[in-house]
Design a protein around this ligand. Structure first.
Ligand code: NAP
Length: 501
């Protein structure tokens, strides 16, 4: 397509999704883009999270961009700081640092029906005008602070893991950790060696798959991979294919799912020998129903005489400690909130106003809802990367982000060709997509009766219930009939969806 104009693009967020988007734009020859990033560096979740023990439980050879394979990961499961450095290195290599504005929080994005432009305002009062807005704002961004009576009265230190204070001293102190997701398990494993004591408050036990997370990358692998980009690409592709087993076990009932679930039970039985403690640590739901926790050190940490497991419900926090339902006051110096995120608060708290002044808050009054993770009816020329229904529990996020960014580029190309001025997914296509999602979620393990951050307030599972091939099919070539388009190539304001029906 011959290009007659250059789209002005604002990308919000410089984490995994934002970097994947920037790369896709660059590859397609779109250079008029600005990335607005609230933090002081790139990396998103890897920038904000720097709690002790932070490690990625996805192997590094797949937890990376396809376009920026790293040969010399130090460990099979890399640490948070190494992953954060990787993101920095990638943006430097891409040469896009200049296009990122750090410490820049977006306050609002408003679509003008007459000019078909977006006006993006930052919290500092700066205004940018764009033809397209791409929200790459992440899923696990807004920390969930529990509403426990008395939390504000505690006289010691309180820290949420997602906003860790690097000056906080835990060594030699009595530490309470609330929460037993992937984060709580990692923090307890890391803090118990130096702290005077670690009391772990577990409201719902988790299944924890044992894995040797400390293993270095096999010697020689870095050298081999570093010597051949072809080999690196092949290893990446192989890892992607192999990771299909994860989607397979969570999406449908099979002997493979049962085998992984059996391994979860063995991981517990093989490491926790005390029957009472094992009973406390045995969840009342199926393994894999919540986001699976993986650790090779947590149960060992619990065996330490300095670590105590508390499963009695917390009733209140007093100035000196945490009281549980049995009346015990657990006196501590530090409370660590490993209580997770408000995972469905995509793009919040910014105000997003689409066609006819509809706000995202109104459009999503019943919970987040999009078409194929990326388009929202009522919001023309706005896309999300790793938006609602993203595959946080089954498929590589880098892969999903790159695929989605490539899909968005297809629309940008039509805009650049002067063919389309605005593109907006129809309500009908969105409803149909969500109907298919609901149907496909039925046999998934996420739907087997547990409470997890995958669930929205309405009780629906906010995940991708299809396999990778389906994702590829859905996000390779846009189905024009699913969109309302305006622009010269479509007649004055031809609604393609309506014109087809
Ligand atoms: P999470 O999985 O949502 O876990 C939050 C924990 O806090 C749960 O155990 C929850 O208990 C507990 N909790 C919340 N409010 C509570 C209250 N009022 N009283 C007592 N307990 C309370 O959060 P997360 O551990 O931060 O993990 C979130 C996600 O981040 C993970 O699932 C994963 O996707 C990602 N992550 C990944 C890695 C990695 O290695 N790749 C590492 C860390 C995090 P209930 O279960 O009873 O609600």
């Amino acid at each position: 397509m011959t290009r007659v104009r250059e789209p002005r693009i604002v990308v919000i967020g410089a984490g995994v999704a934002g970097i994947a988007t920037a790369h896709a734009l660059q590859q397609a020859g779109f250079h008029d883009f600005t990335i607005l990033e609230k933090g002081s560096d790139v990396g998103g979740v890897w920038y904000w999270n720097h709690y002790p023990g932070l490690t990625c439980d996805v192997p590094s050879q797949i937890y990376q961009f396809s376009f920026a394979p790293k040969a010399d990961w130090s460990r099979i499961w890399a640490t948070g700081p190494e992953i954060q450095r990787y993101h920095r290195d990638v943006v430097e290599e891409l040469g896009i640092v200049e296009q990122i504005r750090f410490d820049t929080e977006v306050a609002s994005a408003v679509f003008d029906d007459d000019t078909a432009e977006w006006t993006v305002a930052t919290a500092a009062g700066e205004v940018l005008v764009a033809d397209f807005v791409i929200c790459a704002t992440g899923i696990l961004h807004n920390p969930a602070v529990p509403d426990i009576p008395g939390l504000g009265d505690f006289t010691g230190d309180v820290v949420h893991t997602a906003r860790w204070d690097d000056d906080l001293v835990t060594d030699g102190r009595r530490v309470a950790v609330i929460g037993t997701g992937s984060t709580g398990v990692q923090v307890v494993s890391a803090l118990h060696e130096g702290a005077a004591s670690v009391t772990h408050f577990v409201r719902s036990a988790q299944w924890i798959l044992w894995a040797p997370m400390w293993l270095p990358q096999i010697p020689g692998v870095s050298v081999l991979l570093g010597a051949s980009r072809t080999l690196q690409d092949a290893v990446y592709q192989l890892s992607l294919e192999a990771s299909g087993i994860l989607a397979d076990v969570v999406l449908r009932q099979s002997w493979r799912r049962r085998a992984v679930q059996a391994y979860a039970r063995i991981s517990l039985r093989g490491q926790v020998f005390d029957a009472d403690e094992r009973a406390k640590l045995t969840p009342d739901y199926q393994p894999l129903c919540k986001r699976q926790v993986i650790s090779g050190s947590y149960y060992r940490a619990l065996r330490s005489p300095r670590t105590e497991l508390v499963t009695d419900p917390i009733t209140e926090i007093t100035p000196t400690g945490i009281r549980t339902a049995d009346g015990t006051l657990h006196e501590v110096d530090v409370i660590v909130l490993a209580t997770g995120f408000r995972a469905h608060d995509y793009m919040r708290p910014m105000r997003i106003e689409g066609r006819g002044g509809v706000t995202l808050d109104d459009a999503w009054a019943d919970g987040p809802r999009a078409y194929r993770m990326t388009a929202i009816p009522g919001f023309p020329n706005l896309f999300t990367v790793l938006g609602p229904n993203s595959p946080t529990g089954s498929i590589s996020l880098q892969y999903s982000a790159e695929l989605t960014a490539g899909y968005i580029v297809k629309w940008l190309e039509r805009f650049a060709a002067g063919d389309v001025d605005t593109v907006e997914v129809t309500e009908e296509a969105t409803a149909e997509f969500n109907r298919r999602v609901a149907e496909a979620l039925e046999p998934t393990v996420w739907n087997t009766g547990c409470n997890s951050w995958y669930l929205t307030d309405a009780g629906t599972v906010d995940l991708w219930p299809f396999d990778r091939a389906t994702m590829r099919r859905m996000l390779t070539t846009p189905e024009v009939g699913d969109f309302s388009l305006t622009g010269p190539g479509c007649g004055a304001t031809v609604d393609v969806a309506q014109s087809r029906s």
